[in-house]
Design a binder for this molecule. Structure first.
Ligand SMILES: C[S@@+](CC[C@H](N)C(=O)[O-])C[C@H]1O[C@@H](n2cnc3c(N)ncnc32)[C@H](O)[C@@H]1O
Length: 298
């Protein structure tokens, strides 16, 4: 197992300092809610929730009665707890979810899957904790379809690392199929924009606020910053560069029990209980978030 590329405990206090960290209400969750056959209260889990911005934005959805944010980093969860003590924040690894089977209706994982070593285990675990009729939505950068992202141009080491760490959408969908999900679907969003290099310089000089920059060597970071500094020094007028980033959203539903293939796979792994509901957490670790942690209507 490779060690974590980024020490999120060390940078947690800086994570929310860049404006792009704020989030609107999750459109994927809204679309899941409006398409449900019967309107009902729902439970939401955010795996790799970080400082909690997504669940905090979701608080205004009246049917979202139970929200749980899970993250490996106690520092990130500390920031989340300061902002929203009424939400349940749980420290655990995303591949070993300390919840009973059939606990959640909607699970999201945003910009975090690449950090999880056992991704297949995480996807199996999400399938186990989802209720029938539930949905998982994974959202992330897609390095395979972002070869001309400026980060990769100026900091090429980050492209090598991302291509190692991020599963391709095809790989994620194959694993979702194997875990038992159906109606698996992939949507790519290509963001093309003109990047003002001076503004970008101000962004990337704050290395601690970007995991792509934290993951690379000091030499690789300094080389990119030197190139950027030299280019900016040579010009006084605004310097615009074409930029392109592909984001990917991958959805999977749990409409039935585990598929034959996922049962076979987990039998091979020796992880599934005879009852077929996946690896049961040890009773001491199993969290059944009580009603007291429900969000009170605001
Ligand atoms: C880039 S941040 C994304 C946070 C949040 N989802 C967002 O969109 O702002 C990645 C998060 O994944 C968490 N993480 C890394 N490895 C993890 C693991 N194995 N299990 C759970 N969370 C993990 C990190 O602590 C960090 O908070």
């Amino acid at each position: 197992m490779r060690p974590a590329r980024v020490d999120y405990d060390a940078v947690a206090h800086l994570y929310d300092t860049t404006p792009h960290r704020t989030k609107p209400i999750d459109p994927e969750l809204l679309s899941f809610i409006v398409r449900r056959a019967t309107p009902a209260d729902i439970s939401v889990l955010d795996v790799g929730c970080g400082t909690g911005n997504q669940l905090i934005a979701n608080r205004s959805i009246p049917t979202c009665v139970r929200m749980v944010g899970l993250d490996r980093s106690s520092g990130m969860l500390h920031q989340a707890r300061l902002k929203a003590p009424e939400i349940a924040w749980v420290q655990a690894d995303g591949s070993v979810l300390p919840f009973r089977a059939d606990s959640f209706d909607f699970v999201t994982c945003q910009f975090a899957l690449h950090h999880i070593n056992d991704k297949a285990g995480m996807l199996r675990e999400v399938f186990r904790v989802l209720r029938r009729g539930g949905r998982l939505v994974v959202r992330n950068v897609c390095p395979q379809d972002s070869p001309d992202w400026l980060f990769y141009d100026y900091f090429p080491e980050s492209q090598t690392i991302d291509l190692e760490d991020f599963w391709s959408p095809e790989n994620v969908t194959a694993q979702l199929d194997r875990a038992g999900f159906d109606a698996v679907d992939v949507e790519r969003e290509h963001l093309h924009f003109a990047q003002d290099l001076r503004a970008w310089f101000d962004e990337v000089r704050q290395r601690a606020t970007c995991s792509q920059l934290l993951a690379i060597s000091d030499a690789g970071y300094q080389a990119g910053m030197r190139r950027l500094t030299d280019e900016l020094a040579a010009r006084s007028e605004p310097l615009l560069r074409e930029n392109h980033l592909c984001l990917v959203t991958i959805r999977g539903n749990k409409t039935a029990g585990p598929s034959a293939s996922s049962k076979a796979q987990s039998d091979i792994n020796g992880r599934r209980e005879p009852g077929g509901e996946g690896p049961a957490p040890s009773s001491s670790a199993a969290l059944d978030i009580p009603g007291s942690q429900r969000r009170s209507p605001s």
